[in-house]
Design a protein. Sequence first.
Length: 103
Amino acid sequence: MSRKIELIPLSTGDFLYAVMMYTFIRILFIDKKPIQIAIISLLICYAIEFSQLYHAIWINELRNTFLGRYTLGQGFLWTDILAYTFGVFTAFVIERIVLKQHN
């Protein structure tokens, strides 16, 4: 929606993507420490963003599909790196707060 509605900042989608990635990695690796989950999530998000600098025919064709566009993105932006960092950091802090309240 951040790409279609002008009132929503463009980085909102990347922020939420990072939160989703953190949550997904947390579900897969429930026994890992939150800091490990944050690092893994950031590495995945950064790898996907930096992969956008690679423009081979096969990956560009993949990016032209609906799923490829929303999974791999379309173009590299430093602001996306910042949004991913804030998204993972936010998910990490929320998890720490929730875990602290349950202990």
